[in-house]
Design a protein around this ligand. Structure first.
Ligand SMILES: [Fe+2]
Length: 161
């Protein structure tokens, strides 16, 4: 379970980095709303990593930070970026479930309780980003529509979580 816990910390940092890379990509192409949205998600993922670390520290777990692969940055279109984000969130859901299964096997009920809000966040994240990806796919054929979505996502990022 400790190995999976450390891996999950790495996954959260890697997710934060992918969101940051996406934010830079959108910023460079003047999609400012999507850039802000991605930046806000990047700090949320970093916050997830920090809260895992805080929980681990409280329990004197042997936390080891790990390296992670360079995030993608060579996308060709907005739907490719959102597609990679959806894939990353699904993978993250899977790794959280593996960690919960290990905690369950050890009857570590505190760990299970700690992980519960993370599972619920994944449900929300996957639903939300799936919807955004569908809109982006439809709307990038009509640039004016995608601009509207960009604006909405920017407003959402500005109003905070
Ligand atoms: Fe996360």
């Amino acid at each position: 379970m400790l190995a999976l816990f450390n891996e999950q910390i790495t996954n959260e940092f890697a997710a934060s980095h992918l969101y940051l890379s996406a934010s830079i990509w959108f910023e460079a192409r003047d999609w400012e709303g999507m850039a802000s949205y991605m930046l806000a998600e990047s700090s949320e993922e970093r916050q997830h990593a920090l809260s895992l670390i805080q929980f681990g520290n409280k329990r004197n777990m042997d936390i080891q930070l790990q390296s992670f692969p360079q995030p993608t940055s060579n996308w060709d279109s907005p739907d490719e970026v959102w597609g990679d984000i959806v894939t990353m969130e699904r993978d993250n859901t899977g790794s959280l479930l593996k960690l919960a299964q290990a905690a369950n096997a050890c009857q570590d009920f505190a760990m299970l309780a700690f992980l519960n809000p993370f599972h619920m966040e994944q449900v929300d994240a996957e639903a939300k980003i799936g919807t955004i990806l569908a809109k982006v796919k439809d709307e990038q054929k009509t640039p004016g529509l995608l601009r509207q979505l960009d604006h909405e996502l920017g407003q959402e990022a500005a109003s905070g979580p």
